[in-house]
Design a protein around this ligand. Structure first.
Ligand code: PMV
Length: 305
């Protein structure tokens, strides 16, 4: 049964290990975070997706919604209100969570329920507008929530992540994911053999992370984070600000730190002992904006409207 109005929310994400290499079908470990985007939608008598008096065109949210409309045979339009506490263009999956929440409201309006598979495909269509060759990790995490092991060919497998909180450092420098993905492709084209070795090591490293999760070996996780950061630097997606944030985190007593998401700026995640994390966060906040946020947050959900 269709609905006249609907609201849905979806979480942002942090990639704990494996960004970029996931584009080449290597596994990555990801978690939803307790920062969310919320979308409210009302049936509108004109076709298309509207925000106020403006028709939204060529936008991930409108593309995701239009995909749901095409598949469900809905011919009217919707008016949207989008709000989010996820900073954009810094690697926390803000765009994907808006696409997923938007597709969720479209599913509610047209079908009266959330069809997760339809939302997944619709949100991926939306993400193609802003990403170059997206792996689908952002949309899957916003949709399913929790923690996951993600590969492009096998999708999202839920896993238990034994970390309550993660410290996110925002370097304040925004960048485009698509450009960073292209930068890695250029590295690969110029350094084929080395890139294959990096992919092989990254896959082993993810296996070691899973073992360290099981053994609650946080020191080892910290070392693996730094190794992952070294590989990301080598393929060209670190930056001066990222290196500074990583150093600051280590000097403040963190187990490890690395960029998260596309890099080139954006955010750095920092792993630290639970009783030290507040203090480390305070030290870093003198230089950068920080978010101390919970992990394994709930995925797409219907909200009251
Ligand atoms: O858009 P971001 O910054 O959250 O990065 C997405 C992760 C990448 O691995 C860099 C790209 C992808 O599609 O997986």
């Amino acid at each position: 049964m269709s609905m006249r109005k609907a609201a849905a929310s979806a979480p942002g994400k942090v990639i704990l290990f494996g960004e970029h290499f996931v584009v080449y079908d290597k596994p990555a470990i990801v978690s939803a975070i307790h920062l969310r985007a919320r979308v409210e939608a009302w049936i509108h008598n004109q076709p298309g997706v509207w925000v106020g008096n403006r028709r939204l065109l060529n936008h991930p949210a409108s593309r995701a919604i239009e995909y749901v409309f095409e598949k469900t045979g809905y011919t009217s339009g919707v008016r949207l209100k989008i709000s989010s506490d996820i900073p954009s263009s810094v690697g926390l999956g803000s765009s994907a969570s808006i696409s997923v929440a938007s597709a969720g409201t479209a599913s509610l309006i047209t079908l009266g329920r959330i069809d997760k598979e339809l939302v997944r495909i619709a949100a991926s269509e939306g993400e193609k507008i802003v990403h170059f060759n997206p792996s689908g990790i952002d949309t899957s995490t916003a949709l399913y929530g929790g923690g996951g092991l993600y590969t492009r060919s096998r999708g999202f497998t839920p896993i238990e992540i034994p970390l309550k909180k993660i410290l996110i450092i925002d370097t304040g420098k925004t960048r485009r994911t698509g450009e960073m993905v292209k930068r890695v492709r250029e590295f690969m084209e110029k350094n084929k053999e080395r890139f294959n070795d990096i992919l092989t090591r990254e896959e082993e490293l993810i296996g070691e992370v899973i073992d360290a999760f099981r053994g609650l070996d946080f020191e080892k996780l910290g070392r693996l984070m730094l190794e992952n950061q070294n590989l990301l630097r080598e393929v060209g997606v670190s930056s001066m600000e990222i290196e500074e944030a990583v150093k600051l985190a280590l000097n403040a007593g963190a187990y490890g730190a690395k960029l998260t998401g596309a890099g080139g700026g954006g955010c750095v995640i920092c792993l630290a002992e639970e009783d030290k994390i507040q203090e480390i966060s305070k030290i870093i906040s003198r230089r950068f904006k920080v978010y101390l946020t919970g992990l394994s947050a709930e995925g797409l959900r219907e909200e009251e409207i």
